[in-house]
Ligand binder design. Structure first.
Ligand code: URA
Length: 197
């Protein structure tokens, strides 16, 4: 029930949090999910990537970003020598798949937010990458268009965040020409990488 708060410090570890997510009915997405999709990657990563919500592949496997978007995300990270196994932890704003992959409602995002807050506390990343406008809005409440704000460092609760394009947007805009979304993404991921060089 979304009215029951999940307090800061509720979970001792990600396993406990995942068990809770898999029994969660704080919103109606809990009625239709196959698996809650909590996260994957290094639990001590310096970089956390936040997506929107699981799609079909993720709902089936219980792992985030394993479909086409995920494959592109892996390629983008690999281009600057970052791997999801060692350098990154990946999670979503919503842990359960919205029917027909619709955008999660504001209420659904609000109901699920405490899980992400707890994940951020547990992983304690130095940098959070927010993929797309929904991730930006879901975490920070910032409603600006992703085309306006991508690539800029912003601060959220004392943490350094960068909104970037969602990989699915890049799949729909495959041009790599200078100034194209893919080209801009490449600039952004290099700026992220440069923080660690
Ligand atoms: N898109 C997302 O935003 N998250 C996933 O986990 C998969 C696709």
């Amino acid at each position: 029930d979304a009215k029951i708060p999940i307090l800061h410090g509720t979970y001792a570890n990600m396993t406990e949090l995942a068990q809770h997510c898999n029994q969660c009915h704080r919103c109606e997405l809990g009625d239709t999910r196959t698996h809650a999709v909590v996260g994957r990657g290094n639990l001590q990563a310096l970089i956390m990537i936040v997506g929107e919500a699981p799609g079909q592949n993720e709902d089936e496997t219980g792992l985030p970003f394993v479909g086409k978007s995920g494959q592109l995300l892996e390629k983008i990270l690999a281009s600057v020598n970052l791997s999801t196994e060692t350098d990154v932890y990946i999670a979503n704003i919503n842990k359960c798949r919205p029917p027909n992959n619709r955008v999660p409602t504001t209420d659904e995002m609000t109901a699920c937010k405490p899980y992400l807050s707890e994940q951020i506390r547990l992983v304690d990343p130095k940098i959070i990458l927010l993929t797309g406008a929904t991730a930006l809005k879901g975490l920070t409440g910032d409603k600006r268009a992703i085309t306006k704000i991508r690539g800029q460092w912003i601060e959220w609760e004392g943490r350094l965040c960068m909104p970037i394009f969602h990989p699915s947007y890049l799949l729909r805009n495959p041009s790599k020409e200078k100034g194209s979304p893919k080209w801009l993404m490449w600039q952004d991921i290099q700026a992220v990488r440069a923080k660690f060089d």
